[in-house]
Design a protein around this ligand. Structure first.
Ligand code: OGA
Ligand code: MN
Length: 283
């Protein structure tokens, strides 16, 4: 097995492993590489839903997939499997979430009190263009904040909105409001310490409907805009231009991700799992 860093601030490719048959020694090396590089790419994999779930479980118990935009769960009998797709099924309903548009920068499921620690996304069908997924390092975002902003960020908590998903769709069962103070969601510290690496980083969910606890709304918007500018900079990002058989595993405690739009008439089908976090994000 070989670990090849991307050369960007985060990310590495792992070569020479079949994720259907990971040995304990390989798992230890993968786990350490995941902590070191935050995002790992494995190419040329062949993973049934069961095999994807099997590899995912090496990291811990899985969270159930979020409810689909149509209000349904996904694959019958496999509630851990989240399908990300624009494909319309035989019943006229999308088989997955997020459509073909942009998915804006986000952390997975951070509107929950205990968000997943890891997510992994496996490519089954890929459009001819677009649909690139970018990751940004929240360690690097924190490190690069100007000192005054860094000091200001310490001790603040941010509301992570539970109304909209990253595709801009309203989550099933939620009545949208345009006041982030009233919306459903969870407060998390803005600056967190990673429970395994000990490194400090920013913790952000989605920009839309975010709110800094206790702050005047206009001031909160201005400060969040300033912080998001650092958190989504090209210099701290790396993108995967997907091939069929790619699996990307990310540390959901210290990265954010976004996806480019792709032509709506083409097909993109991805399977995702999410591994339970051990504890809520902590400062
Ligand atoms: C996800 C996600 C983006 C993509 O699965 O959590 O944000 O590239 N996917 O489909
Ligand atoms: Mn996501």
């Amino acid at each position: 097995m070989q670990i090849i860093p991307t050369g960007a601030v985060l990310g590495a490719e792992i070569e020479g492993v079949d994720l259907r048959a990971v040995t304990p020694q390989q798992f230890d090396a993968i786990h350490q590489a995941w902590l070191d590089h935050s995002v790992l790419l494995f190419r040329g994999q062949q993973l049934s839903p069961e095999a994807l779930i099997g590899f995912s479980r090496l990291f811990g118990d899985l969270d159930l997939a979020p409810i689909q935009e149509t209000g349904r769960r996904f694959v019958d009998g496999i509630p851990e499997l989240y399908v990300v797709s624009n494909v319309i099924g035989a019943d006229g309903e999308p088989i997955g979430s997020l459509g073909a548009g942009e998915a804006v920068w986000h952390t997975d499921m951070s509107y929950l009190p205990k968000p997943p620690k890891a997510s992994m996304l496996y490519a089954l069908e890929i459009p001819p263009s677009g649909g690139v997924t970018y990751f940004s390092s929240m360690y690097a975002a924190f490190d690069r904040l100007p000192p005054v902003l860094k000091a200001r960020a310490q001790g603040l908590r941010v509301k992570h909105d539970g109304t909209y998903n990253s595709g801009g769709y309203v989550r099933a069962g939620v009545t949208p409001t345009d006041d982030p103070r009233e919306a459903p969601g969870t407060m998390h510290p803005l600056v967190v310490r990673h429970p395994e690496t000990g490194r400090q980083g920013l913790y952000l969910g989605r920009r839309r409907m975010a709110w800094i606890e206790g702050m005047d709304l206009a001031k909160s918007e201005a400060l969040l805009d300033e912080i998001w500018h650092y958190a989504t900079a090209d210099e701290i990002s790396w993108g995967n231009n997907w091939r069929i058989g790619d699996l990307v595993l990310w540390d959901n405690r210290c990265t954010m991700h976004r996806r480019d739009p792709f032509p709506a008439e083409s097909r993109r089908v991805m399977h995702r799992t999410q591994v339970k976090g051990a504890a809520p994000p902590m400062g």
